[in-house]
Design a protein around this ligand. Sequence first.
Ligand SMILES: C[S@@+](CC[C@H](N)C(=O)[O-])C[C@H]1O[C@@H](n2cnc3c(N)ncnc32)[C@H](O)[C@@H]1O
Length: 242
Amino acid sequence: MSFLMTFCTLVVRVFCFPLHLLDAVGLYKHYKRIVPLLLFRITKLYNKKMYERKKELFACLSDFKQSGQNLTILEIGCGTGSNFHFYPSGCKVICTDNNVHFEKYLRRNMRENPHVAYEKFMETSAEDMRSFEDSCVDVVVCTLVLCSVDNVPKTLKEVQRVLRPGGAFFFLEHVAAEPSSWTYFFQSILKPLCYYIGDGCEVTRATWTHLEAAGFSDLKLRHIKAPLIFFNKPHIMGYGVK
Ligand SMILES: C[S@@+](CC[C@H](N)C(=O)[O-])C[C@H]1O[C@@H](n2cnc3c(N)ncnc32)[C@H](O)[C@@H]1O
């Protein structure tokens, strides 16, 4: 399989060469304007397929509310705001993303989910959230983001910094398949193409290893098979408590 993998990877790399060139001359960045429109449509389908999983994941969000206060959620890499529907009534949400072009679609989802109080949207990278004080939120949410951040350990360090003690980090991420599987084979060969189409998404990330090493006092992490095409089936979901 290793010769076949090397050969197919090479073919895909050659196919992606024009994309490398666009990136090298600085034209690929314009794709960032189109991504929100694409994602707006894709996440509607994703949410339909993943409805029960998301409902299950977010069911215990309110457990992290402090008595007499509203639950404060910081969502990193919020995209179009596809998780708002699953948040409990009355919670306060702060949204961040490193792509400012999402804001228009985010506002649309905000209007459709009036049960949530929106505090603000900030253009911020998940690896550097210095505009947020230490221990300022009850919950941090991150779905389909750790596959594309530049530095997962740095992101998780920032997540832990902004979480109050006893607060929790909720995640749902697609991840690398088992290395001897055909799914991993296809993930590996199509990786360069996914990177460009998926706006920096790395499909063979073993994200769970970073979560396990991040030092949460309690980590509830499950590997699941998402009801999606075989390539995207391997997911992890759960939460880590600071
Ligand atoms: C696949 S989308 C997921 C959006 C949303 N969380 C969802 O589940 O629908 C990935 C999002 O992560 C954002 N993102 C990628 N790298 C980031 C980074 N380093 N810091 C903040 N946001 C980032 C992208 O701009 C995009 O909005």
